[in-house]
Design a protein around this ligand. Structure first.
Ligand code: AMP
Ligand code: GLY
Length: 428
């Protein structure tokens, strides 16, 4: 009999996961909680919030779900995996203890230090005065400094200060004004690293890591990396900076040692290990770990994975990746996020989305912030959808994706026009 799968989440990442899983010959039925109108094309959406672990557990027990896949980080940190496992349910993702690799920057920095995993030099502070003093010791020498709230801060907990005033203000906001609440009780202050950033995605089964693929995100809202940080405005794979030589170094010095360290610390890591790296002149260094797939990176990773992903996700959940075969296509894949004007700040929503019917058949559309209103597809969030193209060359993928993007419109639609340009320029 076919298997029942539950995907937790409602963004473009979850749409890409559902899209890929729907091609599995072993999958009979996919549920998504809460899902979105795009996801509803290949899954049954159930109205349970991703943060309602008890509601999800009751649903999974009732429907006898064979495998649950968790998209976002928050449920992981709150222990959804532990709850499901207590009830004998199979679930893909790290335990709450293991998810600290993303949930606590103090935990992950201390782990890297203890196990010699390359990362920026740092100190941890629980008290603002000493923190500000240390931060200013960089800026006084004319060096930028990076100030990070310990806990989850909706992607906003990292501040790069270039002057002493900015450094003091960042420490004050995090520790005295508590703009990120308890997440700012402790802070990490670290050296500023220079280089090119790359996101590396691996699967880990508690004992070892298997590298899937690398991708590059575009975090700033405007072209040429201008404007405020967002959840990500577009992504592509394969970044030329991630050579096979670098892949070997990252595997040997970062991914395997991290998975081994977590096992040694008594919290074996099972799930996606997403390493945000800076490729510095002294080699790759970890900026951060995430305990989940990236968004929008997943929208360019799923389309280039060969074959069935279900056995892969099951093997991770079972804690044994040894017999799993993984093939990643050499194709280039690019996605461009269509966002609501004003995002990541204030924006209006509810605008009709036009032009999707005229896209070429090979274009993939992954929904994020969409809704159906009066029978019409409308905008319903900051990041509205990811338009994705695959091709044998980066140039073809980019040309195609932007040709498709131009066919779509909604009021105040905004997107970056330079996704993947770095890869293209490097190749010339
Ligand atoms: P994180 O959430 O720790 O990845 O930080 C968010 C972003 O801040 C990263 O993607 C980098 O662009 C930047 N960043 C974080 N740490 C550093 C660092 N030590 N040096 C330079 N940039 C950094
Ligand atoms: N694309 C950035 C993230 O998923 O954290």
């Amino acid at each position: 009999m076919g298997k029942k799968v539950l995907v937790v989440g409602q963004g473009g990442r979850e749409h890409a996961l559902v899209w890929k899983l729907s091609q599995s010959p072993q999958v009979e039925k996919i549920y998504a909680a809460p899902g979105n109108p795009g996801i509803a094309q290949s899954a049954q959406c159930v109205n349970i919030s991703a943060s309602d672990a008890e509601g999800l557990l009751a649903f999974a027990l009732q429907e006898k779900i064979d495998l649950t896949i968790v998209g976002p980080e928050e449920p992981l940190m709150r222990g959804i995996v532990d709850r499901f496992q207590d009830h004998g349910l199979k679930i893909f993702g790290p335990s709450a203890q293991a998810a600290r690799l993303e949930g606590s920057k103090v935990f992950s920095k201390n782990l890297m230090y203890k196990y010699n995993i390359p990362t920026a030099a740092y100190k941890v502070f629980n008290e603002p005065k000493a923190a500000a003093q240390f931060a200013c010791s960089f800026t006084d020498r004319g060096q930028p400094v990076v100030i990070k709230a310990d806990g989850l801060a909706a992607g906003k907990g990292v501040i790069i200060a270039t002057t002493s005033q900015e450094a003091r203000q960042a420490v004050d906001e995090i520790m005295r004004e508590k703009v990120f609440g308890e997440a700012g009780k402790s802070i990490v202050i670290e050296e500023f690293l220079q280089g090119e950033e790359v996101s590396v995605f691996a699967l880990a089964d508690g004992h070892k890591a298997v590298t899937l693929v690398a991708a590059q995100d575009h975090k700033r809202v405007f072209d040429n990396d201008q404007g405020p940080n967002t959840g990500g405005m577009g992504a592509y794979t394969h970044p030329p900076v991630f050579t096979s030589e670098l892949r070997e170094i990252v595997d040997r010095t970062i991914l395997q040692p991290t998975v081994q360290a977590m096992a040694q610390e008594g919290c074996p890591y099972r799930g996606v290990l997403y390493a945000g790296l800076m490729i510095t002149p002294n080699g790759p260094k970890v900026l951060e770990f995430n305990a989940r797939f990236g968004d929008p990176e997943t929208q360019v990773i799923m389309p280039i994975l060969e074959g069935d992903v279900l056995p892969l996700f099951e093997a991770v959940a079972d804690g044994d990746l040894s017999s799993v075969k993984l093939t990643v296509r050499p194709d280039y894949c690019v996605c461009v996020i269509l966002a609501s004007g004003g995002y990541p700040g204030k924006y209006d929503q509810g605008y009709p989305i036009k032009g999707l019917e005229s896209l070429s058949e090979t274009t993939l559309v992954f929904h994020a912030g969409t809704a159906i209103k009066d029978g019409q597809l409308v905008t319903n969030g900051g990041r509205v959808m990811a338009i994705t193209s695959r091709a044998k060359s980066m140039e073809d993928a980019l040309n195609d994706v932007y040709n498709q993007v131009e066919k779509i419109s909604f009021t105040d639609m905004h997107y970056r026009t330079d996704i993947g340009k770095r890869a293209l320029n490097r190749g010339k």
